[in-house]
Design a protein. Structure first.
Length: 222
């Protein structure tokens, strides 16, 4: 039995319904939380606690320590999605943060990726990997092996589309923030290109037609 066979996937909706994960939001890349530490020293304390919990669980999240806060993202790599392991670790990390007196700020959770539309993905994929120092992942992604840069994903086009941009940014924000983010972008001079795919995503553009998709977590929508 493989490692993936022993991992039970948890839908994004199920994750958010579990007690003890109120600090967390599922966006592109996994279940994510931002803890406002207010100082680097306090952030180090939280990172040390996360490290101990992760080692005990043998399940290791991505942790980004900055002066004012700590961003944590957990996903089960065997299935490239959320599992019970992520639920348990998120609960433990939130409890550790509360014990240290460190509040979470879900309004600061988001993730971004760059999408490139291509007629022949196999021809352009190696170019972008070489140019950015990225590596191929799966069938259509390029990822930073150091984990710093955004994921670049390639989307299949059926025919040329010269009248629209073929590279755009995808911004993933929590579901409870997505409409506010869309409204802010429109108020800042953008316009709606399409809301036909809402509530999965909204496609907006700036005054010159450069596009962005704003999307929450997408599974189990009704």
């Amino acid at each position: 039995m493989s490692g993936a066979d022993m991992v039970e996937r948890v839908s994004h909706r199920q994750f958010h319904e579990v007690d003890g994960v109120e600090d967390w939001r599922v966006v592109f890349g996994g279940a994510t939380a931002y803890f406002s530490t207010g100082s680097f020293a306090k952030g180090v304390e939280l990172v040390e606690a996360i490290g101990a919990l992760a080692d005990a669980a043998n399940h290791h999240p991505d942790v980004d320590l900055r002066y004012g806060g700590v961003r944590v993202c957990t996903v089960t790599h065997e299935i490239d999605d959320i599992s019970e392991r992520d639920v348990a670790l998120a609960q433990q990390i939130s409890l550790a943060a509360r014990t240290l007196g460190i509040p979470a700020d879900p309004s600061k959770v988001q993730a971004m990726q760059v999408s490139i539309d291509a007629l022949d993905i196999a021809k352009v994929w190696p170019f972008w990997c070489a140019a950015m120092g990225y590596v191929e992942r799966g069938d259509d992604d390029a990822v930073d092996p150091l984990g710093f840069g955004p994921v670049v994903t390639f989307q299949q086009m059926d025919e040329p589309r010269p009248q629209r941009s073929r590279i755009h940014v995808d911004v993933s924000v929590p579901r409870d923030q997505v409409e506010q983010r869309v409204a802010a972008a429109l108020a800042a001079g953008g316009h709606m290109v399409s809301d036909a795919n809402a509530p999965h995503w909204w496609t907006l553009a700036d005054a010159e037609g450069n596009e962005v998709d704003i999307a929450p977590w997408a599974d189990d929508l009704t």
